[in-house]
Design a protein around this ligand. Structure first.
Ligand code: 13P
Length: 243
């Protein structure tokens, strides 16, 4: 069975509530076919919910606890209540800039599951790790920790985002993406059986309208997670059309 394609946009710390509304007004209704997801900043979630048409929404992060004295944090259930259906977990910026470990990622996955949010778990190697020949080992460690916490009975997605390709203009080739995705798929199947064969694996890292179709044609690439090119309605729409 083929996996339904996914085009997801991660706005990172861009687009406040008014800009989010302008984006979705400009995007309009999205073409039918792929699942389209946007992860706005949490403060722009409500205006995104009010203005998005045919787009699923998610948050970029949650805290692992249900509630409590965690100044500045957002809980999974609050995100759900505000209209999020999905959550990004373990984005490389969270791992590398905010020191999140595989154990943190696993705890957040469990919390997302409890709140009914679909996790989109990000994995990927740094340039240093790739050059040292550690691609397989790094992906293996990250995906194993994630699969341990994920529920094969509930929907989830994995995003392969090589750190060296994020925001750099450098893109993995379709062959690079296919190689990493094959490894992830093998682990997902081994651990989760049929469910692991069907959860989408997205590629992320400098995806643009010009390279999106080639990347999505690569084996086991079920969609894309787009940063910079998801900020303008026109380029995001072009990527959706490529899917
Ligand atoms: P860019 O598309 O800007 O490289 O960002 C990728 C990314 O990190 C998406 O989560």
């Amino acid at each position: 069975m083929s996996v339904r394609r996914v085009v997801a946009g991660n706005w990172k710390m861009n687009h406040g509530p008014a800009e989010a509304r302008r984006f979705f007004d400009a995007l309009g209704a999205v073409p039918s076919g792929p699942r389209v997801v946007v992860f706005p900043p949490v403060v722009s979630l409500a205006s995104s919910v009010a203005s998005a048409q045919g787009v699923e929404l998610g948050v970029q992060n949650i805290h692992a606890a249900e509630s409590g004295a965690f100044t500045g944090e957002t809980s999974a259930s609050m995100a759900r209540e505000t209209g999020a259906a999905l959550v990004l977990i373990g984005h490389s910026e969270r791992r590398h800039l905010f020191g999140e470990s595989d154990a943190d990622v696993a705890a957040k996955i469990r919390r997302a599951r409890a709140a009914g949010l679909e996790p989109c778990v990000c994995v990927g190697e740094t340039l240093e790790q790739r050059r040292a020949g550690r691609l397989e080992e790094v992906l293996e460690t990250q995906i194993s920790a994630a699969l341990e916490a994920l529920d094969p009975g509930a929907p989830y997605m994995i995003a392969y985002e090589p750190v060296w390709a994020i925001g750099t203009g450098e893109t993995a080739t379709p062959a690079d993406a296919a190689q990493a995705h094959a490894l992830l798929r093998e682990r997902m199947r081994a651990r989760h059986g049929e469910a692991g064969g069907q959860a989408p694996i997205l590629y992320g890292g400098s995806v643009k309208p010009a390279n999106a179709a080639d990347l999505m044609d690569a084996d086991e690439v079920d969609g894309v997670l787009v940063g910079g090119a998801s900020l303008a309605a026109e380029s995001f729409r072009a990527i959706i059309e490529a899917a």
